[in-house]
Ligand binder design. Sequence first.
Ligand code: NAD
Ligand code: 0WE
Length: 265
Amino acid sequence: MGFMAGKKALIVGVASDRSIASGIAEAFAREGAEIAFTYQNEKLKSRVEKLSARLGQNTDLLFPCDVTSDDEIDAVFAELGKHWDGVDVLIHSVGFAPREQLAGGFTESITREGYAISHDISAYSLAALAKAALPMMEGRDAAILALTYDAATKVVPNYNVMGLAKASLESCVRFLAADLGPKGIRVNQISAGAVKTLAAAGIGGFRKMQNYAVKAAPLRRTVTIEEIGNAAAFLCSDLASGITGETTFVDAGVNIMGMVFDDDE
Ligand code: NAD
Ligand code: 0WE
């Protein structure tokens, strides 16, 4: 029997088979969890549906949810409540800034609108989802997990306003952990290394970034969505019952390095 047997998990953030959320779903299914999914829009529905079917899940448990809409967020839990009496796990694997925010210098690229959109979708949405999920999650050894990136606390070229949004997300994880701990809900985050997902594929210089990661990482490689999924399964299971408010790096060790030399220099 898997270590997530009997757990009911809602996963927000699947856009393709390469999504980090898909790696998480894969590990959850393997460990015996039941999974419901949301999808951002109709264009993405069939992909999420295929993943749900492939993992042997109930394909009725798919709900539209653009996280900028309070109505859609509320509808997810109203609908889910017709199938489940509670939710044990909530995965937040959502991030977005308008593309032009992620290129060029920080001062040059940032706009009030870019700031508002990136923070709304990438950070506020965690608080909004936690708030809406609370009635179904309280009092049952539940767990919330968000996905962050090390540019929340260090400068990464071109990540720009998304770095500020991730800093807000990381703080949100701690405030939620303190607030929801007494209600039996743990809140953690995984800080993932660079992975080639849809959200990363369109980024200029992404290959350079992965090459850097290979050079800088103590493990001399990038990480996979399977590795992130396994860490997520642990953090959302009762094996991690003493862990909350914590950031777990799944990045092959890149974040520990303060300086990196070329091996052949
Ligand atoms: P992805 O493109 O597969 O996933 C991003 C998801 O965000 C998509 O499913 C998309 O539908 C969703 N999304 C965007 N705007 C939305 C909205 N308004 N409403 C609802 N959903 C919306 O890319 P990914 O790399 O799997 O990203 C998942 C998470 O992991 C993000 O938080 C990202 O910042 C984080 N992350 C990614 C990397 C990386 O290198 N890929 C590294 C560290 C952290
Ligand atoms: O969080 C992310 C991806 C964030 C992201 C990506 C996109 C691309 C398409 C947010 N919004 C958008 N908007 C789009 O229109 N990562 C950690 C991956 C990533 O993105 C970067 C990186 C890394 C790493 C952007 C610039 C520099 C490095």
